[in-house]
Design a protein around this ligand. Structure first.
Ligand code: RB5
Length: 174
């Protein structure tokens, strides 16, 4: 299983703790940023990580911001992404078993690293149960399809594609 992981500045420290956990379990991952404490926009990171999952190169994603909420809202805008914002293991496990979540979101201002690690571990170990749940997951997909807007080009603003801050960024330049 290969993980795409990302955070905004508020989630940076927790992301590092979770990367250490993934290292300890020898679970491969790629960190899509941010890489500094410079303020950045969580929707940008969410889109990058979710695109990586949709590319099929990655199996699941982990997104961390201050609350986990902004990341989950952003991720769930993207078709075929089912993101669950969780602050305890039970919901995280059930989000995989029943909802086939493919992105786990957590809030670094909500959960400490020990709890976040347990949440992540439970989610990674959980498997989708399918069967009666597949009918409902299919319904989620059809909701996406019903509200898709096929004829209007999706607007992309410059701020959506600005490079992420790097370790060498000038913190005053924000
Ligand atoms: C950043 O201050 C904060 O708004 C962000 O990390 C996240 O919690 C938004 O949902």
């Amino acid at each position: 299983m290969k993980i795409a992981i990302g955070s905004d500045h508020a989630g940076l420290a927790l992301k590092e703790a979770l990367k250490a956990y993934l290292d300890s379990r020898m679970i491969p991952y790629e960190d899509f940023g941010t890489h500094t404490q410079e303020s950045c926009d969580y929707p940008r990171i969410a889109e990058i990580v979710c695109k990586a999952i949709l590319s099929s190169e990655f199996d699941r994603g982990i997104l961390i911001c201050g609350t986990g909420i902004g990341m989950s809202i952003a991720a769930n805008k993207i078709p075929n992404i089912r993101a669950a914002a969780c602050s305890e293991p039970y919901s995280a496990i059930l989000s995989k078993r029943h909802n086939n979540s493919n992105v786990l979101c957590m809030g670094a201002r909500v959960v400490a690293s020990g709890l976040a690690t347990l949440i992540t571990e439970g989610w990674l170990n959980a498997s989708y149960e399918g069967e009666r749940h597949q009918r409902r997951v299919d319904m989620l997909t059809r909701i996406e399809q019903r509200y898709a807007i096929p004829v209007i080009p999706h607007p992309v603003k410059e701020e959506d594609t600005n490079p992420l801050p790097t370790a060498n960024s000038d913190p005053e330049g924000n």
